[in-house]
Design a protein around this ligand. Sequence first.
Ligand SMILES: [Zn+2]
Ligand SMILES: [Zn+2]
Length: 319
Amino acid sequence: MSNAKIITISLPNPYFEKDNNAYLIDAGELALLDTGIDTPQALSALQQALSKQGYRAEEIKKILLTHKHIDHFGLARRLQELSGAQVYVHGDDHDDVTHFDERYDYINRLYLEKMLLWGIPQQLINLIAIRSKMAKLGRSVPAETLTDDQSVPIGKAELRVVHTPGHTQGSACFVLEDALFTGDHLLPDYTPNIGATEVRVDGMLPKYLNSLEKIRAFSGLRTLPGHGREIASLTERIDTILSHHKEREKRILAILADGKSRTVYEIALALFGKMKEHHALLGAGEAQAHLELLEQQGRVEKREDHRYYRPPRPSTSAT
Ligand SMILES: [Zn+2]
Ligand SMILES: [Zn+2]
C-alpha cells in the first residue's frame, strides 16, 4: 500500500560534485528531502519543478536533511522562511547546520590545518581557501534533531531514519514505503568521500564500512541517491564500493612497499594522479582515512611529522 508520491527534482550545483537531487514527498502533507545549495538558480529551479507538478514551495511542511553539507541543506533556511517548514537533521550533524554561519570560519580553519598536516602544497591550499570563502552556499537554519530508527510522520505516510555515519558523523538514510533515500552515503557513479568531509571526527572509514553493511537490509527497495540517477541494485552497488575500498587499500600498501615515508598528499597523488583545487583536499582526505585505519591495524606507521611508512617485516627469528 503506497500513500506517498515521490517526485525527483534536480538542482543545479556548478560549485562542486554534481547537480543535487531533492525529493518531494506528497502524502497528504508535503515534505522535501534535501534542498540543494543556496543560490537564486537553485531556488528558482526548485520552484519551477514544484510548479510544474502543481505545488508551491510555500506548502512544504517538513524538510528532512540527509546530512550537514551545504549542497544538501543550503537552501533550507530560505525555504523555511517561505513556508514555515520544520527542518530535521540527525543529532550528530545538527549543530553544524543550526550554527553554520558562526562555525563557517572555524571549520575552514580546521580544513587548513588538516591540509597542512597532509602535506598539500601551500599554493594549492591558498586556492582552496579563496574558493571556499567565495562559495558560502548555505545559511544557519533552526532544526529538530533526528535519532536512529526514529519515525517521522509525513501526512498518511511514515518516514524512518537510518543513521549511517561515515561520509559525515550525522549522515542518515531515510526509508519511506518502498524507497530508500541515501543522500551521499551511497551514490551511483563514484565512492562518496570519506575522510575529508568530516574534519571534526577521526576514524570515519570503519564507520562508513559498517554503515554500508547496515543498509544492505533494504535491498529490494528503490534506492534514491543525493546525486545522480536511481541506483538499480543496492547490493551490487554496496559490493562495488567495498571492493573499491579494498583495492585502494592494496594500492596504498604497494605505494609504501619501498619502506620510504610519504606525506598523505604524496600518497594521494600516487593513488589519484594530479588533483585540481578542492579535489586535492578530497583525495588527501580519502588517503588519510585509509592510512588511519591501516595504522590502527599496525600495517603502516606514522612519523611525528605525519609522514607514513611501512615498517619492515619482523624478520623470522633464528633459533
Ligand atoms: Zn556530502
Ligand atoms: Zn553531496
